[in-house]
Design a protein around this ligand. Sequence first.
Ligand SMILES: [Zn+2]
Length: 398
Amino acid sequence: MTSSGATVDPARVAVVWDEGLLGYKLSEDHPLHPVRLDLTMRLARSLGVLEGVEPLVPTPAPDAEVERIHVASYLEAVRRAPREGDDPVHQLGTTDNPIFEGMHEASALVCGGSIAAAREIAEGRADRAVNIAGGLHHAMADHAWGFCVYNDCAIAISWLLDHGYERICYIDTDVHHGDGVQAAFYDDDRVLTISMHQHPRTLWPGTGFASELGNGAASGTAVNLALPPRTRDAGWLRAFHAVVPGLLRAFQPQILVTQCGVDTHHEDPLAELSLSVDGHRAIYRSLRELAGQYTDGKWLALGGGGYGLFRAVPRSWTHLLATVLDRDVEPSRPIPADWISYATEKTRRPLPTSMTEDAPTDFERWGGFTEVEVDPFLLETRRAVFPLHGLDPQDTRD
Ligand SMILES: [Zn+2]
C-alpha cells in the first residue's frame, strides 16, 4: 500500500531480467561488476519478492534506437574496439571504460531492457517498470564515460518522447552527477532532469552545480542538487523533499524515470555520502508516492552505480524491486540462509544478516532557514531554479 492509497497489481509491473544482462562486465576486477545484479535477483527471489512475476526478457536495442542519443560513428567505434584496441577519442580502453568482448552487444541489451520497460508503460500493459541493469547515465553522444557505454536512460526517455509522452521528469539519485542524461536534454524543455549527487567540487565528474539550468527555452529544466560529503539519510531526504515535490507540482510530468544508483551508501568505495540501505528504501518509497501523486502512478525505475557489491547493492535494490511491486520488505526481515551461502562462495567480506542497517530514516522537513548542514545546498538549488518555474525559493509551501 502506498501512502497515496494506491496499490498496483503485480501483473501491472514489468521487471526486466535476463541472465544475458550479466554480460555487461567491463573486466573481472572492474568496480561495476555484474555480480551485484545476480546477487540482487537471487536475494529478491529468496525473499519471495518476485513470486509469480514473469520477467520481461529484453532483446538488444537496434542501432536506430541507440542512435537516438549516440552518433553512428561512436557505435562503429564500440563495435570494432574488441578487435582494434584502445580508442582514446571515444574513451574506450581507459581505466574507467575497458574494452571487452561483446561490448556493443551487451550495452545494446541494457538499452533494449530500458526501452522494453518504457514500452510496457507506454502501451498500457504496466504502470511501473524496473530495469536494475539500466541506469548508465554518464554515457555521452560520442564517447563512453564513467563505466557507461550507451546511455539507456536517455535512450528510453527519447523513446517515450516519440511514443505519447511530452513531459517527462528524470530523477537521478546516484552519488554522481547524471551528466549524460542532462547533456542529452539540456535544450529540451519536455524533459526535466533532476540530479542529486555529492558536490562536484569533491567528486567526479566535476559537473552538476546548481547553476547548470538548461539552455534557452529549456532554462530551468536541468536541476542540480549537490550535497556535501558525509550527508546521511536524514539530510538527503530533507534536501530531496525541499526541492523535488515542488518542481513536480510545477512541471506536471506524465511519467517519472528514475536512476536509482546506490553508490550513496556509506560503505561505497567510490564516493563519500553516508546513506544506508534503510535510507535507500525510504527514497524508493518517496519516489513511488510522488509517482502516485503527480504521474498517475507511471514510474520507470532504472539501476545505476553502486559498488558495495555484496553488502549494499543487493539489499538496496531488493528493496527497490519490492517497492516497485508494492511488496515492501520489512527492514527487520532476516536474509535467507541460501543467499548467504551463495554469496559466501564469492566474497570473504562479512555478509549482512538482515534487510536493515538499523539506520533512522526520520527527518525534519526544511523550515525555511539555514539550520542544518544541507540547508545552504538545498537553498542554492531552490534559488537557482525555483523562480524559473514560478516558485518562491523562500516559501516552504513551494
Ligand atoms: Zn555513480
